[in-house]
Design a protein around this ligand. Structure first.
Ligand code: GUN
Length: 299
């Protein structure tokens, strides 16, 4: 039971901002001790507005904790070979401790090739097979940021996971697969009985209704409705979508994969969108950058 969970209108919110702030404060405190600051670089190819927003938020978070940062902005038609050269430069640049290549990439670039080119020691997204392999067998390494953030959130709110049935919707390399592995591991949080569902899963509702913990990373706006969950389930919404909304200054509002208003009433705890998993992805990315920095400087 999450003693710290904030309750309003009868809903227990797992406040991702609050949890992320606590983690960022710890990172900031440690950073104050260093003469040379950890440096995160972010590569963005093309003009996807959502990707630009996410990368800008990552850079702002670096400023907040006292990291150095740089943004490498490349045009939409940037050749794959040139991007591979850029990655080689970042791998070799001793002043940069970690970097990410924001996904999705334009269609002419193979994301797997790009991820494989990143030095695993600087792979602060934790996407390189070497880091995924280390995670899978429980060796120290850089863990994927969003799943690490979910683990952080469950831990922050002291959510008991042992023996719980966890259903993960989505099998992406970024979220679904790694969080399934992490929650199945003999760890705390962990020790869950995990089921992974995906686009070919039949009778999805029958499975989602068995979940004590439902992790939704399917990329379909407001797909999960109240009649698809068990009463008092814990619901973690990883989705983020822009819905046109002329009543807002930006012209859009943010929605998750879960129909929050109705699912919140039936669940015991739920993450909002925005302010749920998103801030934790960023905080975990910075935590990975700090880890990479320490390994590179052997502090
Ligand atoms: N696109 C969506 N999520 C992520 C992430 O965590 N890292 C990168 N590099 N791209 C993303």
């Amino acid at each position: 039971m999450g003693l710290n969970a904030c309750t309003f209108v009868g809903v227990n919110i797992l406040d991702g901002k609050k949890c992320a702030n606590a983690l960022l404060e710890q990172i900031q405190k440690q950073t104050l001790e260093f003469d040379k600051k950890p440096h995160l670089a972010a590569v963005i190819v093309g003009n996807d507005p959502a990707s630009k927003t996410y990368v800008a938020a990552k850079i702002r978070a670096c400023e907040r904790v006292g990291f150095s940062s740089s943004m490498v902005t490349l045009p939409e038609d940037y050749a794959q070979e040139k991007l591979l050269d850029k990655i080689k430069q970042l791998n070799e640049d001793k002043s940069i401790h970690g970097f990410i290549v924001q996904l999705p990439l334009p269609a002419h670039i193979n994301p797997q090739k790009i991820i494989l080119a990143i030095d695993p020691k600087k792979d602060v997204d934790g996407f390189h097979p070497q880091n995924i392999g280390k995670m899978t067998i429980g060796l120290p390494g850089l863990r994927p940021a969003t799943p690490s953030g979910i683990i952080e959130l469950l831990s922050f709110y002291n959510i008991k996971t042992e023996g719980k049935r966890c259903v993960v919707l989505g099998r992406s390399n970024i979220v679904g697969m790694p969080i399934s592995i992490m929650l199945a591991q003999k760890s705390k949080p962990g020790n869950c009985t995990v089921t992974i569902c995906h686009s070919r899963t039949k009778e999805l509702s029958l499975i989602t209704k068995t979940a004590d913990i439902l992790i939704v990373a399917m990329g379909k706006m407001e797909y999960i409705q109240a009649n698809m969950i068990k009463k008092d389930a814990i619901v973690i919404d990883v989705g983020i979508h822009r819905e046109t909304d002329p009543n807002t200054k930006r012209g859009y509002s943010l929605k998750g994969d879960v129909k929050f208003s109705e699912v919140a009433e039936k669940s015991s705890f739920i993450t909002p969108v925005p302010g749920g998993v998103g801030p934790l992805t960023i905080a975990s990315l910075l935590n990975n950058t700090l880890k990479a920095y320490k390994w590179q400087n052997k502090t």
